[in-house]
Ligand binder design. Structure first.
Ligand code: PEP
Ligand code: MG
Length: 581
């Protein structure tokens, strides 16, 4: 039977594929297809892992002290039994042989199937055996990881459309922003999660992957089953599970239409973004990793307006990247942009972008009640002077290879402005002492807390440029957690207070002769293009995939027609209605 699951639309387009359910804790399990010639070896790899776990469990049992409770030995018996049960061992082998999944993926797929069967059991004793099964699978996954290095893993991977496999869509309760990154070269054509809001970082990374996505769909991972056919409608924010043939045909038609539309927009790539009345507009790219510079360039971006460096800091088992490693990463982005400017934002961790392994600071942070109001972004950097200096030196050194700007997130206080600028000056001195080269670097601030937007003149006196982070500005102005799906309907970029803050920031910056840009998600949303142009914005930074759509909008806009309406829009109870009228 066909079912619809509703959520928040975050990345446009239609994806149709078979569901791959991944437990949140297992999103980082490797997912790749195994070539036909290697299938038998993959089954053997699984078998070796099983033998290793069997030996491990037997040894545990043998070494149990004499006075150990009898339940402990019985429990190990259960684990051994589950390990060899055909429902796990046999079925996992089938996922490998029939679907060509790698062993880790096959195991997690089968675990999802079995876990649901356990959940449906009446008998509470049997229901609780699910935890045992999970422990056994965990041991197997560890044994597989121990037997295979990451390099061997990626060597074995084959591309997505291998052997005419069905396309796949990912279904998960939640995906951490850092885990999303591994989908950059993904086998998935779309995804849906139970949690998240429109500008949660998971959603932002999804948009940067340019695959249809729906978040905040609450029950999705419970309703959708492994292998169901699912349509993900990233425009409407809905997933259709096991659609009828007629609905499927309708979506396939829409999919073809949107591919044609994209191909058409692609032709605008090298057209300068100029409005009908001759106003030039700068379209920049937001990137997460140096490799994204390639798509920034090919999308026709004239620079990088936001490089979110925090993604270099995530998933590193507690070890932060050193100066040299960061320097190489920034240099790679700068050289890839071939002389175009690259705006490198200093690390912005915290709130919904945690580092996975906690440093002492994060541990403190995790235990604060309001992480979005806690030790994040520039506050964290200033509390870690050595880490901050390393990053600033790495950025400055990269500026010897192209045009670089430094951008500081979440600045609100004069003391932070002073300390941030002082840290840059200190980093320059350190490089001077070492005799290392660096170029002229403009330093800017994100305007993303209401205090900064209201007190913008203070920022304009101290910084060379400003960039408006609308994602956080909306969150903090309206007191709506951007990652919380239960209040996602209140997260409203059209709120008059938000528009007034943005308009004020742009006007004051222009009056002061300072460069001003928007790098939040509003910049890439065509619903706002005209109104932002009317406010005087001439620099937009967004995911590379959004550039062509915004450019098309700009090419069709006459700003003189809009500037006269701006005051009415800003004074309206419902600005969106006025704009649409
Ligand atoms: C923003 O807040 O608008 C922004 C661009 O920064 P981030 O989304 O990384 O918080
Ligand atoms: Mg922000």
């Amino acid at each position: 039977m066909s079912i619809q699951v509703f959520g928040v639309p975050v990345s446009r387009g239609v994806a149709i594929g078979r569901a791959v359910l991944v437990a949140s804790s297992r999103v980082d399990v490797a997912h790749y297809f195994v070539a036909p010639d290697d299938l038998e070896a993959e089954v053997q790899r699984l078998k070796r892992a099983r033998d290793a776990v069997a030996a491990e469990l037997s040894a545990l049992q043998r070494d149990l002290p004499d006075d150990a409770p009898a339940e402990l030995s019985a429990l190990l018996d259960v684990h051994l039994m589950l390990l060899h049960d055909d429902a796990l061992a046999g079925a996992t082998k089938d996922w490998i042989l029939e679907r060509h999944y790698n062993a880790e993926w096959a195991l997690s797929a089968q675990l999802e199937v079995l876990a649901r069967q356990f959940d449906d059991m009446e008998d509470p004793y049997l229901r609780e055996r699910k935890a045992d099964l999970e422990q056994v699978v965990e041991r197997l996954l560890n044994a597989l990881t121990a037997s295979t290095g990451a390099a061997a893993r990626s060597d074995a991977a084959v591309p997505r459309d291998f052997a005419g496999e069905d396309p796949l869509v990912l279904v998960a309760s939640d995906i951490a922003p850092a885990d999303m990154l591994q989908f950059k070269s993904s086998i998935f054509t779309g995804f849906i999660t139970d949690v998240g809001g429109k500008t949660s970082h998971t959603a932002i990374v999804a948009r940067s992957l340019d695959i249809p996505a729906v978040v905040g769909a609450r029950e999705a991972s419970r309703i959708i089953r492994q292998d169901d056919w699912v349509v993900i409608d990233g425009d409407a924010g809905v997933a259709v599970v096991n659609p009828s043939p007629i609905v499927l045909e309708e979506y396939r038609f829409r999919q073809r239409q949107s591919q044609l539309e994209r191909a058409r927009l692609d032709r605008l790539r090298h057209t300068p973004a100029v409005t009908l009345d001759g106003q030039s507009v700068e379209l920049l790219a937001n990137i997460e990793l140096p490799v994204d510079a390639a798509s920034a360039l090919s999308s026709g971006a004239v620079g990088v307006g936001l490089f979110r460096t925090e993604f270099l800091f995530m998933n590193r088992n507690g070890e932060l990247p050193g100066e040299e490693e960061q320097f190489q990463a920034y240099k790679a982005a700068v050289t890839a942009m071939q002389g175009l400017p690259v705006t490198i934002r200093t690390v912005d961790v915290g709130a919904d972008k945690p580092l996975d392994q906690m440093s002492a600071q994060e541990l403190r942070h995790e235990h604060t009640l309001n992480p979005a109001l806690g030790l994040r972004a520039i506050r964290w950097s200033l509390s870690e002077p050595d880490m901050f200096s390393q990053q600033l030196r790495a950025i400055l050194r990269a500026s010897a290879f192209g045009k670089v700007r430094v951008l500081m997130p979440m600045v609100a206080h004069l003391s932070e402005i002073r300390a941030g600028l002082h840290a840059v000056a200190r980093a320059r001195e350190q490089l001077d002492r070492r005799g290392q080269a660096y170029g002229a670097v403009d330093v800017g601030a994100m305007i993303e807390v209401p205090a900064a937007a209201i007190g913008i003149d203070l920022f304009l006196r101290h910084f060379n440029f400003v960039s408006i982070g609308t994602n956080d500005l909306i969150q903090y102005t309206l007191a709506i957690d951007r990652a919380d799906e239960s209040v996602a309907h209140l997260y409203d970029a059209w709120h008059p207070a938000v528009l007034i803050l943005i308009a004020n920031t742009i006007r004051r910056a222009r009056d002061a002769g300072r460069h001003v840009s928007i790098c939040g998600e509003m910049a890439g949303d065509p619903a706002f293009t005209e109104v932002l142009l009317a406010m005087g914005l001439r620099s937009f930074s967004m995911h590379p995939a959004q550039i062509a759509t915004i450019k098309q909008r700009i090419l069709r806009t006459d700003t003189t027609r809009w500037t006269g309406r701006l005051q009415d829009i800003l004074a309206a109870d419902d600005p969106q209605a006025v704009v649409h009228a």
